[in-house]
Design a protein around this ligand. Sequence first.
Ligand code: ADP
Ligand code: MG
Length: 244
Amino acid sequence: MNAPGVMLSCERLTKSFGQGHVAQQVISEVSLALHAGELTLMMGPSGSGKSTFLAMLSGLLRPDGGAVQALGQDLWQLGDAAIDRFRLAHCGFIFQGFNLFASLTALENVLFPLQYTDLAPAEARARAAAALDDVGLAPRAHLRPLELSGGEKQRVAIARALVKHPQLIFADEPTSALDGSNGSIVVDLLHRIARERGTMVLVVTHDPRLHSRADRIIELEDGRIRRDERIDNAMPADAGKEGA
Ligand code: ADP
Ligand code: MG
């Protein structure tokens, strides 16, 4: 079991690619605990293992060694189907390429993850509309990706990741295709979700703009954690909410 407040942790997580003399250890016995309500940034040079690490923590890539405790479950001890169900039920993913369906409207894209739930159609539509409203895109709900800017597309992708209210959110370079102000909007959104819903948010990035919103910064180098720092970024707007 995880300690109180810890939603996701790993113990001596290890992964190599290749075999024999070309084997390359990409993640080397990394242990870490991530907390509810916190936005954690994972930084580090290209090739340092960030995406690999995130994929193992989120049930997308099986580690060679070590364990992941996710919401009190020993994730990689579950069967493949149970891991898929765990991801669908509890994890939201945001990637840099948006991966929206070009033929669907913004609203239909956000509705997509709700199709395998037992929500009534009207309720699903209301939820999707609310998720779009959360990211400030209610007025653009009927537009298709081609009619949206890069920043708007990423906000649709975020609404889609959030529509099921996942407890764990994983974002891999969510702002790298966005310019300054759009990048900041996305960061503010992720920060707000962590604060308001107590969600654990883990963001892989090398975008320094995200520093001002992070609760913690982890830096990977050659598959190991070389820095793990908590930062005090409490904004005046948060101070009131936390007391409530
Ligand atoms: P980062 O996200 O920090 O840039 P990655 O986790 O994507 O780093 O990759 C770390 C290292 O692992 C790189 O050297 C990369 O080439 C290698 N790697 C990642 N995925 C695979 C794979 N599926 N097969 C072989 N090598 C891989
Ligand atoms: Mg990467």
